[in-house]
Write a protein that binds this ligand. Structure first.
Ligand code: SAH
Length: 696
């Protein structure tokens, strides 16, 4: 089987697909997997164990043999729990080959080989019968197939199939039931991830307002789930308009239907406001009584002391198709529609004197298809990017910088993906504005831009160049030279902060078209680094050793091997506003990139050391880029506020920062002579990648 691994090339700004051979062993997937995070989730593990024990006892009390089916066994953990609880036999199904292999080893190491059979198949391929994978149907069904949206990893079709073919009628299920909860809220911050707000520009000839096209206003957006660490959203960033309501439940011990359907609740707002967002989370009852409950409820619903941090299950943010003004006490219906893998929401007003006809009408009103972006903006811009474009403070920094460099006769070229800079440049007086969106092929932004320009009467004012920077011809520029080259820079293929240095490569490619006195904005970028202690994020990459009494070190070793594979230990992107940390060192500028010059042939390297100023555990280094737009205007894609005495940090809420986890953690005390961490950082100009090494 051939496997293709996609990776953006920061020197070309485009995706490249590498074909991996037969022996490709999913190192990338394993190194970045969520297994460690799940194994560190004590609350989850303890409750699964309690639920499994209770289910095994119930079956035994009936005088039956306990035959367990564990779908998606991963490390084999839940099967080992079942075997320890006295199950007679467990069928542990795992589709992902490297994990199935690890499960075999772990089961053997823990002495359960005679009780647990690991089957490396998708559950829908499993056969039952004397010659089958399973001798007989199971009477206990154990699974952990849930994502933040509950059903996004295919739990429903898997259960549907299992009840039809793999388990007995009336089987016990752990978990027994899942319940999805919702709360209606108003939140400018979250709404700014879906809808583009008008942009205000103070121009020479008065205020200009850039408005999104009407297509975008009424677009339902994309169906992909928006999952976040809701516990990091301060209560000042949203207003709850309803109580927490139960939206729907699934009983896993009975046949499950995966076919698309909808659920509806009646609600009366507890407050008047603008209904924009549905916040949602779920809980699972491990047993029928509901005594063993594992919940994802956020801090304002559940006392903080009981919160278990986890990254594999978070909370969901759903965007209503349109903002709806609602009144306290008025009668509304909230509808959750779902297909096999995703959920979306609608809000409807109940009519006066609600009756049968009303019900019928509501039914007809349910949109069964999942939201599909029609305006294309939601395909071009993901949610954090829309949030970034809505950041008026950031926009002002660009406006102010552009104002400093633009002249009446400026010939301006903009290189960035889905950027509003060309429009700003035009409003601020640039005579000629050309624009290179680097992803012309994929999302047809041309049509989007046409709609955008039309909505703002900008047709013919801004020219979109449909060519790659290296193919730019004088004719594209009407034989003029570029006097101002601008970029945010932002490119949709960028994963790590420095991938936006593609701007530098593109700038190099268009060199011959630049006027001798060209202004490049930003003039330079710098890479910054800081050593941090994470409150929780460290768990996702930390070895587990023993989990609920079971030795899962084989899993730790496998992850370690994958991290070291092809020396691929790399930084990984994380939006740090969701993952609190404290700084243990001062932030340091480690590399600078001069956009007024072309990309050099040689590598850019630096070495040095950074002092640990605060007491704490050094989990890793955080790296981010800062762009220097003008003399005293810089934008940071990372740290936005200097840490206080305690080392608390504020991060740019629209960007992901790079996190490099150290292979071993050091504990530092504040000493008179603080401990230092030495680093070596190398920017390879040929590949556009940054390699780094830290010594503690
Ligand atoms: N049960 C483990 C791991 C849970 S992660 C634990 O609780 O720690 C879910 C696992 O299920 C993944 O390894 C995934 O590859 C596997 N999986 C998901 N759907 C599956 C299916 N239908 N058949 C077999 N394996 C599946």
């Amino acid at each position: 089987m051939k496997t293709f691994c996609g990776r953006a090339n920061p020197t070309t700004g485009s995706m490249e697909w590498l074909e991996e051979g037969e022996d490709y062993d999913y190192h990338q997937e394993i190194a970045r997997s969520r297994y460690a995070d799940m194994l560190h989730d004590k609350d989850r593990n303890v409750k699964y164990y309690q639920g499994i024990r209770a289910a095994v006892s119930r079956v035994k009390e009936r005088g039956e043999k306990a035959i367990v089916l564990d779908i998606g066994t991963g490390t084999g953990l839940l099967s080992m729990m079942a075997a320890s609880a006295g199950a007679d036999f467990c069928y542990a199904i795992e589709v992902f080959k490297p994990m199935a292999n690890a499960a075999v080893k772990i089961v053997e190491k823990n002495g359960f080989s005679d009780k647990i059979k690991v089957i490396n198949k998708h559950s829908t391929e499993v056969t039952v019968g004397p010659d089958g994978d399973m001798q007989c149907r199971a009477n206990i069904l154990v699974t952990e197939l849930f994502d933040t949206e509950l059903i996004g990893e295919g739990a429903l079709p898997t259960y549907e199939h299992a009840h039809k073919y793999l388990v007995q009628e009336g089987c016990e299920a752990v978990p027994h039931r899942a319940t999805v909860y919702v709360q209606l809220v108003e939140s400018k911050r979250m709404w700014s991830w879906k809808k583009l707000f008008p942009v205000h520009v103070e121009a020479e000839d008065g205020e200009k307002i850039l408005v999104p096209p009407s297509e975008m206003e009424n677009c339902p957006g994309v169906p992909s789930v928006c999952d976040i660490q809701l516990n990091q959203m301060p209560s000042s960033d949203f207003t709850t308009l309803s109580d927490v309501m139960t939206m729907f439940s699934v009983d896993f011990s009975k046949p499950v239907q995966s076919a698309p359907t909808y659920y509806r609740v009646r609600l009366e707002p507890v407050k008047s406001g603008k209904a924009q967002i549905v916040l949602s989370w779920w809980d699972i009852d491990m047993d029928p009584s509901g005594m063993i409950n594992c919940t994802m409820a956020p801090y304002w619903v559940k006392p903080t002391s009981a919160l278990q941090w986890r990254d594999h299950w978070m909370q969901c943010v759903y965007f209503l198709p349109n903002e709806e003004p609602v009144l306290q006490g008025e009668k509304l219906y909230l509808t959750a529609c779902r297909d096999e893998y995703s959920v979306w929401y609608n809000l409807q007003k109940a009519r006066e004197g609600e009756n049968k006809a009303d019900e019928e009408e509501l039914k007809a009103d349910v949109r069964v298809e999942s939201p599909v972006c029609r305006c294309r903006a939601h395909l071009l811009w993901n949610r954090p990017r829309i949030g970034e474009l809505n950041d008026q403070k950031r926009t002002c920094q660009y406006i102010e910088s552009l104002r400093k460099v633009l002249k009446i006769d400026s010939v301006c070229l903009c290189i960035s993906d889905g950027s509003l800079l060309p429009v700003l440049a035009h409003y601020l007086g640039a005579k000629q504005v050309q624009y290179f969106p680097s992803r012309i092929d994929l999302y047809h932004p041309h049509e989007l831009w046409q709609a955008f320009f039309k909505a703002n009467h900008l047709e013919d004012k801004i020219k979109i160049i449909e060519a790659r920077p290296e193919l730019l011809k004088p004719s594209h520029l009407e034989d003029k030279k570029i006097s101002v080259l601008v970029g945010e820079p932002f490119f949709t293929t960028s994963l790590l902060p420095w991938h936006n240095l593609y701007f530098w490569y593109a700038r190099t490619a268009v060199s011959t078209h630049l006027a001798s006195n060209v202004t490049v904005l930003p003039q330079s970028a710098s890479l910054h680094m800081m050593i941090v202690e994470f409150q929780d994020l460290w768990r996702i990459r930390s070895p587990c050793g023993i989990c609920e009494g079971f030795d899962v070190q084989t899993m730790d070793d496998m992850i370690k091997d994958s991290l070291n594979f092809r020396e691929s230990k790399e930084a990984e992107p994380h939006p740090l506003w969701e993952y609190p940390c404290k700084s243990l060192s001062d932030p340091q500028e480690v590399l600078t990139f001069d956009f007024t010059k072309t990309v050099p042939q040689h590598c850019l390297s630096t070495e040095g050391s950074v002092k640990l100023l605060r007491k704490g555990r050094s989990h890793g280094a955080v790296l981010w880029m800062e762009y220097h737009l003008a003399a005293d205007i810089s934008v940071s894609t990372g740290l936005t506020k200097m840490s206080n005495e305690k080392g608390n940090c504020e991060w740019n809420p629209h960007c992901k920062q790079a996190v490099y986890f150290f292979s071993s953690v050091i504990e530092s005390e504040i000493l008179s002579d603080p401990t230092a961490v030495t680093y070596a950082i190398n920017f390879d100009t040929k590949t556009g990648e940054i390699a780094m090494d830290f010594k503690l």
